[in-house]
Design a protein around this ligand. Structure first.
Ligand code: ATP
Length: 492
């Protein structure tokens, strides 16, 4: 049985470390914060970039059959109507009349004794009602109440107020009637990156000339007005996804669904999440989207429970068919061998950047015992990131900051390493304290320049440094000229 108290304490320590060391901050914190929205600080942004870069490398650059896309965040409402999001992307919401808290219906405890509010235990709950998770905005400066009347100017079309009108083509399709009778140009912030891929399928196919099976990959922001954002960054209202739409022939769908399972599990192992903490949950028929022939979630054992990191779904030809129908444009693929035209099927591995970053931090967080300056044992906090993911790869220290030749040599080493990795230079405080600071942010290597480096004690040791490993805390003597090769071998 997991001990929830220990797990809660662990999570509290992780959240506090994230803020203290500049991984994650509450968005708009000085204004009281924005619920479900987070900012990544100097170290968080590095960790996130390392994750996204590695995903891109494995999913796009190291394959012949995948190309990339960077689609827009503002999505055409017709596209999200065709995909089913505008009408059906909703969760059931329940309010507790006693403590006024709001919950997703599936979060309300129901163990055969009826539903209870998880906050106050009250049973006075509203009936569940649908809540659409899409975030809306408007384009053009047309706001309800401005009552635009349009006129043509030689420079283009503007509203009577001088406001720019929505682009041509959007006017007939997008403008909706506001209750007051005025026209509003509504667009959605995308709830997933996938739809921009489907909508651009034809353009990508025509320009990349790929043959089935092939994929289109994308990393980018998505927005969901989650009813109850929680568990730190796990459930946010603004987040990033790493999605691949892998198009195939209908008969290949189920086989490819299986193929991606091993690929994706390997990916997590290669960034430092052990297989023992990963679980594949086959989504039962009743819980699957009606168009999907098979879906599984890849889950990770977070301190707050086993939760989804990534969903992999065989979506059949549903999305492309819907967009073909709604747009009136052919999204078919022409098979040159069989001379047949058909709408490709698709398998979609869809992962969350923020959830994976959180898993990496949770997995890396460790406390162990290490001697302090005087040899007394103390608790050491270490983020044992896989070196490939670590925000800072190597810290460089002159043993003493007031010895110019040591400082000069250390700075020379920083310049030598910089083109190959993100390096941090630190000369302040006792060397043991400097090591601890790096352990706490997960820097896998520490290079110390000492008097041996200058050849003062033993000429044979000139131009060697100590290379310290974060995990074992062991130090080895290494030639400066070997440093790049030695470190890059493990951070690639
Ligand atoms: P959940 O059931 O947890 O709400 P989902 O099944 O709706 O997730 P998908 O629509 O499959 O999620 O999205 C794919 C991935 O995007 C998820 O596996 C997750 O990593 C990420 N994701 C989805 N919603 C959020 C969110 N609100 N905050 C952070 N990441 C998210």
């Amino acid at each position: 049985m997991p001990d929830t108290n220990i797990d809660n304490q662990r999570m509290e320590k992780i959240v506090s470390l994230c803020k203290r060391r500049g991984f994650v901050f509450k968005s708009s914190e000085i204004y009281g914060g924005l619920n479900g929205v987070w900012d990544y600080g100097p170290l968080g942004v590095e960790l996130k970039r390392n994750l996204k870069d590695y995903w891109w490398r494995v999913m796009v650059h190291e394959r012949d059959d995948v190309v990339g896309l960077d689609g827009s965040i503002l999505n055409h409402p017709d596209a999200l109507k065709a995909s089913g999001h505008a009408d059906g992307f909703s969760d059931l919401m329940v309010d507790c009349r006693t403590c006024k808290s709001r919950w997703r219906d599936d979060q309300i405890v129901d163990k055969g004794k009826g539903k209870r509010c998880p906050n106050c235990g009250g049973r006075d709950l509203t009936e569940p009602r649908e809540f659409n998770l899409m975030l809306e905005t408007h384009i053009g400066s047309i706001k309800p109440g401005s009552g635009p009347t349009y006129s043509m100017h030689s420079t283009g079309m503007t509203g009577a107020s001088g406001a720019e009108l929505p682009p041509q083509g959007l006017q007939t399709q997008v403008e909706i009637k506001h209750p007051t009778g005025e026209q509003v140009a509504l667009v959605y912030l995308r709830p997933e990156t996938a739809q921009t891929i489907f909508v651009q399928f034809k353009n990508v196919l025509d320009t990349s000339r790929k043959k089935l099976p092939f994929g289109i990959a994308q990393i980018g922001k998505a927005f969901r007005n989650e009813i109850n954002p929680r568990n730190f960054t796990f459930r946010s209202r603004e987040f990033e996804q790493m999605e691949l739409e892998y198009f195939c022939r209908p008969e290949q769908g189920m086989e490819l669904l299986e193929y991606w399972k091993e690929e994706r599990l390997k990916f997590y192992e290669n960034i430092g999440v052990p297989r023992t903490k990963l679980h594949v949950l086959n989504v039962p028929d009743a819980d699957r989207a009606f168009y999907s022939k098979g879906t599984y979630d890849i889950e990770y054992e977070f301190p707050f429970g086993r939760q989804e990191l990534e969903g992999v779904a065989y979506r059949t030809d549903y999305d492309l068919s819907q967009h073909q129908k709604a747009s009136g444009k052919s999204l078919e693929y022409f098979d040159e061998e069989t001379k047949q035209k058909f709408i490709p099927h698709v398998v979609e591995p869809s992962a969350g950047v923020d959830r994976t970053v959180l898993a990496l931090i949770c997995e890396a967080y460790t406390e162990d015992e290490a001697p302090d300056e005087k040899g007394k044992m103390e608790t050491r906090t270490v983020l044992r990131f896989h070196p490939r993911m670590a925000p800072v790869k190597c810290a460089v220290f002159p043993l003493l900051k007031n010895k110019e030749p040591l400082v000069a040599k250390a700075k020379e080493i920083v310049e030598m390493l910089r083109p190959h990795m993100f390096v941090f230079y630190d000369e302040s405080g006792a060397i043991g304290r400097r090591y601890r600071r790096q352990d706490e942010i997960g820097t896998p290597f520490g290079v110390t320049v000492d008097f041996e480096t200058l050849g003062e004690k033993d000429a044979a040791l000139r131009d060697t440094v100590t290379l310290r490993s974060r995990d074992s805390m062991e130090q080895e003597r290494v030639k400066i000229s070997d440093l790049v090769a030695k470190i890059t071998a493990s951070i690639r």
